[in-house]
Design a protein around this ligand. Structure first.
Ligand SMILES: [Zn+2]
Length: 417
C-alpha cells in the first residue's frame, strides 16, 4: 500500500488528546482543523495531521491524494454496545408491540430474548456466522469500523461459546475490528424462571464453568450482566461480575433501564468500564459513576423502539460523567445498525449537542473499550479509521439524520465502503 494523503478537507475533526474518556466541556472540543489534511503511512497509521497549507512537500509528491475538498474528515464510528451475533428475527413481535403488546410482558411469556435464544441455538456455526456477517457489513457501510459484540442468545454453555467464537471470527476472518463480551447473564433461561434452585444452579454454572472456559480460550475481553427488573438481581450480578474480574475480564453492565434497580451503583462499586442504558438515575448515582470513572453509554435507539423515556444525557454531562453512545443493535429492542442515526437520536432524545454526540460515538466509545490509543481520534499514532462526509459541516449528521452523508469509510488506511 502506498502512503495516502486525505487533502484539503473543509474540516478535520481530530478529537486530538490523550486516551482517557472525556467529560463535561471537553466533550464538545472536537479539535477541528479547517482546510486540513491527514497523512497515512504504508501500514495504515496516521502520521501527519494539520492545515493543508503546511503539508510537507514530500507527501504531495509521493502519496496517493484523496481529494477532500468540501468534505468533512472525521474518525470512523465506534459502536461500543451491540448484540449483533444472533439467529433469525423478531419482526412479528415488532408488529405485536406496535399494536400495544408490552416488551416485559412478551419476555415474561417466553418471547423476546428467549425467542432469539431458540432461533440462535437452532443455527449451525456457518449460518450464524453468515447472518452476523451480513449485519456487520451493513453497519460498516454506515460508518462504524470498531464493534463491541456480546453473547447472550445462548443461555447455555455451548451456544454462548459458539456466539463468542463467531464474534472472534468476524475479526480474524472478516477483518472487522471487534472486542467481545460474555453476556451469559442476559435473560434468565426458560428452565430457571420459576424454580429458585435451578436459577441458583445456572448462576453457579456461569461463574464456575462458562466464564472460566471463556477466559481459558481467550474468547471475551469483557463480561456483562443484564442487572434489572425481570432479569438478574444486584447480588447475582455482583457475583457474576466478580468472577469475571477475577479471570481478568473487564466489566460492562446493562443498568437502570427498566427501573432504579441498583445496576449503576454496582457499576461504580466494581469500577466497570461502562454502565449502559441508565434511564433511571438520581444525583447520587451520577456522582458515583463520575467518581468511579465509569463511562455512561446511552442507547437512545432502544428508547425509541420500545417507547420508553430517554436517559437524561444532559444531566450526565452536567454531572461530569463521560458519555458514550451506541446502537444496542439486537434482534428485538433495537435492530438499528446505523450509528450515525443513533447519534442524532442522542441529540433529540438524550439532549446532547452534535459535538458531544460525535465525541460520544467515537473517542469516548473507544475509551470505554480500552481502544482510544488506536481509534476514535485522528492524530499521529492512531489507526487510519476515518470517514469522508459529503458535507462541510459535521452538524449535518444530526440536522439531516440518516441521510447518506457518509461517503467513504476507511479502516487501517484501506477503503472498505
Ligand atoms: Zn444491550
Amino acid at each position: 500500500m502506498k502512503r495516502r494523503l486525505f487533502a484539503g478537507a473543509a474540516a478535520v475533526i481530530t478529537l486530538a488528546g490523550d486516551s482517557r474518556p472525556r467529560a463535561g466541556k471537553a466533550m464538545s472540543e472536537l479539535g477541528i482543523v479547517e482546510n486540513g489534511s491527514v497523512g497515512v503511512d504504508e501500514r495504515g497509521e496516521i502520521t501527519w495531521v494539520g492545515p493543508d497549507a503546511h503539508v510537507p512537500r514530500q507527501w504531495r509528491d509521493e502519496a496517493t491524494i484523496i481529494d477532500c475538498r468540501d468534505r468533512v474528515l472525521m474518525p470512523a464510528f465506534v459502536d461500543s454496545h451491540t448484540h449483533l451475533v444472533w439467529g433469525g428475527d423478531r419482526n412479528d413481535e415488532l408488529v405485536a408491540r406496535l399494536r400495544g403488546a408490552d416488551y416485559e410482558e412478551i419476555l415474561a411469556e417466553g418471547g423476546g430474548i428467549l425467542s432469539s435464544v431458540r432461533q440462535t441455538r437452532a443455527l449451525d456455526d456457518e449460518a450464524l456466522y453468515q447472518q452476523s456477517l451480513e449485519r456487520i457489513a451493513r453497519m460498516r457501510r454506515c460508518g462504524t469500523t470498531t464493534f463491541e459484540i456480546k453473547s447472550g442468545y445462548g443461555l447455555d454453555r455451548a451456544t454462548e461459546l459458539r456466539q463468542l467464537k463467531v464474534a472472534r471470527a468476524l475479526a480474524s476472518e472478516g477483518g472487522y475490528r471487534v472486542k467481545t463480551t460474555c453476556l451469559a447473564a442476559h435473560a434468565i433461561p426458560e428452565s430457571a424462571r420459576t424454580d429458585a434452585t435451578t436459577r441458583a444452579a445456572w448462576i453457579d454454572e456461569i461463574c464456575t464453568s462458562i466464564l472460566p472456559e471463556v477466559a481459558a480460550a481467550a474468547l471475551a475481553d469483557f463480561a456483562d450482566v443484564f442487572c434489572d427488573r425481570g432479569a438478574y438481581t444486584v447480588e447475582e450480578s455482583r457475583r457474576v461480575l466478580r468472577a469475571a474480574h477475577a479471570l481478568g475480564m473487564g466489566i460492562r453492565i446493562h443498568a437502570n433501564e427498566l427501573g432504579p434497580t441498583g445496576g449503576a451503583r454496582l457499576a461504580a462499586e466494581l469500577g466497570a468500564s461502562s454502565a449502559d442504558h441508565l434511564l433511571y438515575l438520581d444525583d447520587d448515582d451520577r456522582r458515583a459513576l463520575r467518581e468511579a470513572g465509569v463511562v455512561a453509554t446511552l442507547l437512545p435507539g432502544t428508547s425509541l423502539v420500545l417507547g420508553k423515556p430517554y436517559a437524561s444525557g444532559r444531566a450526565l454531562l452536567d454531572a461530569g460523567v463521560p458519555v458514550a453512545v451506541a446502537t444496542d443493535c439486537n434482534p428485538g429492542s433495537c435492530p438499528f445498525e446505523n450509528l450515525a442515526m443513533v447519534l442524532a437520536l442522542a441529540c433529540f432524545g438524550n439532549r446532547l449537542t452534535p459535538a458531544e454526540a460525535i465525541c460520544a460515538a467515537t473517542h469516548n466509545a473507544a475509551a470505554s473499550l480500552g481502544l482510544a490509543d488506536m481509534v476514535g481520534s485522528l492524530q499521529p499514532g492512531r489507526r487510519a479509521d476515518l470517514l469522508v462526509l459529503a458535507t462541510r459541516d459535521v452538524r449535518d449528521l444530526v440536522a439531516h439524520a440518516a441521510s447518506p452523508l457518509v461517503e467513504q469509510v476507511w479502516q487501517d488506511g484501506v477503503r472498505v465502503a
